[in-house]
Design a protein. Structure first.
Length: 364
């Protein structure tokens, strides 16, 4: 497994396994490292606020990323502006890195819109609830990039890649495997990024696959890598390498980020029914934020005062998110009928009229 920071925040010696990616880490300056830690802290607070809002009845559902922050901030920071991300439904950290305002993530879970952001504005696709479906979307978009000639030109502002994010459960879906076939045959500029959080759809890994996800790439004819998903430096470096490969026209890569879902699958799930607390305690010691804090404190890149300032920023961010959530306007009742078909449909129009009459009966 590719790693640069151990759970105590110490730099791992360069080995044959991590040496191909060391240059990406070595070129990071103090501002880059501080930015990564800031992202980790703020993303965790976004997630915590989403969880709290659901528990208080402000959201219908919330899929937590607790424990997976480094597995998302790493690739999120590795992408260039023109690179396009296709998320599942818990990639809040990738959304943050791509510049999507966190309050915009809440609308769908509050039930007031179908997404809440313009995908083309930040090259971050809408959340995909159908597990694994986004992998095919990503490959299709990568086909378009390829046909536009936006790979292998040598122009850093033009060459483009796609990242498709899923969890370990997504690897059991037909869409996932079909996406790997299409990408391999077409040599598409796409990076498949699997966050192996150990409890896919509340099922353990042994019920999802017989070999680690990264080894699946061998059967499709392109590289597969396993990285420590709780190590933000490793996640970043491996993603940079895979994206560079895709942009240069060398084709797809599959990355397995080995991490752990500390929370529930969603707020409608109860993980105490299927996993033991001792397992969670083991992974708490591998916390991605603590790891990066220890490393940067030891290196003198940050101090406790700086960390406190970021935590204060996180408090303000949480207030902003809460206010935005509670003040989101409800959509007009008729909106649900307006986008069923591209053109007016008589059955839908009749249903919309009946629905309007029904609500009008409450006006008095």
């Amino acid at each position: 497994m590719i790693q640069f920071l151990d759970p105590d925040g110490n730099r791992v010696p360069v080995t044959d396994l991590n040496s191909p990616y060391a240059a990406y880490v070595d070129e990071l300056d103090a501002d880059d490292l501080k930015g990564m830690l800031r992202d980790l802290i703020l993303v965790r607070r976004v997630d915590a606020e989403g969880f709290a809002l659901q528990r208080q009845g402000e959201l219908g559902l919330w899929p937590s990323l607790l424990g997976q922050e480094a597995a998302q901030v790493g690739p999120g920071r590795a992408m260039r502006t023109q690179d396009y991300a296709f998320p599942g439904y818990r990639e809040h950290g990738v959304a943050w890195c791509k510049g999507v305002p966190p309050e915009n993530l809440l609308g769908m879970f509050r039930g007031v819109n179908h997404g809440g952001w313009d995908s083309n504005e930040n090259n971050f696709h809408l959340y995909t609830i159908v597990i694994g479906n986004q992998m095919l979307h990503a490959v299709g978009y990568a086909f378009g990039i390829q046909r536009d000639g936006d790979t292998g030109t040598g122009d850093a502002d033009r060459d483009t890649a796609v990242m498709a994010f899923t969890g370990d459960g997504g690897t059991a879906q037909g869409d996932f495997n079909e996406a790997l076939v299409f990408a391999a045959v077409a040599n598409a500029p796409v990076v498949f990024y699997v966050q192996n959080n150990h409890w896919a759809i509340s099922e353990p890994n042994e019920k999802q696959f017989k070999v680690p996800p990264y080894r699946r790439a061998d059967g499709f004819g392109f590289p597969g890598l396993r990285v420590d998903g709780n190590d933000v430096l490793a996640s970043y470096a491996v993603s940079r390498a895979a994206l560079d490969r895709a942009r240069s026209g060398e084709g797809p890569t599959l990355i397995e980020a080995f991490t752990y879902r500390m929370g529930a699958h969603t707020t409608s799930d109860d993980p105490t029914k299927y996993r033991i607390s001792a397992e969670v305690d083991v992974w708490k010691k591998k916390d991605p934020i603590d790891r990066m804090k220890k490393h940067l404190l030891a290196e003198g890149v940050v101090d406790e005062e700086w960390i406190s300032s970021i935590e204060a920023e996180a408090d303000e961010l949480a207030k902003r998110i809460r206010t935005a959530c509670q003040t989101m306007p409800d959509p007009p009742h008729e909106e649900m009928f307006q986008h069923v078909y591209a053109d007016t449909h008589p059955v839908v129009a009749r249903e919309a009229a009946d629905f309007a009459d029904y609500h009008a009966g409450f006006e008095d």
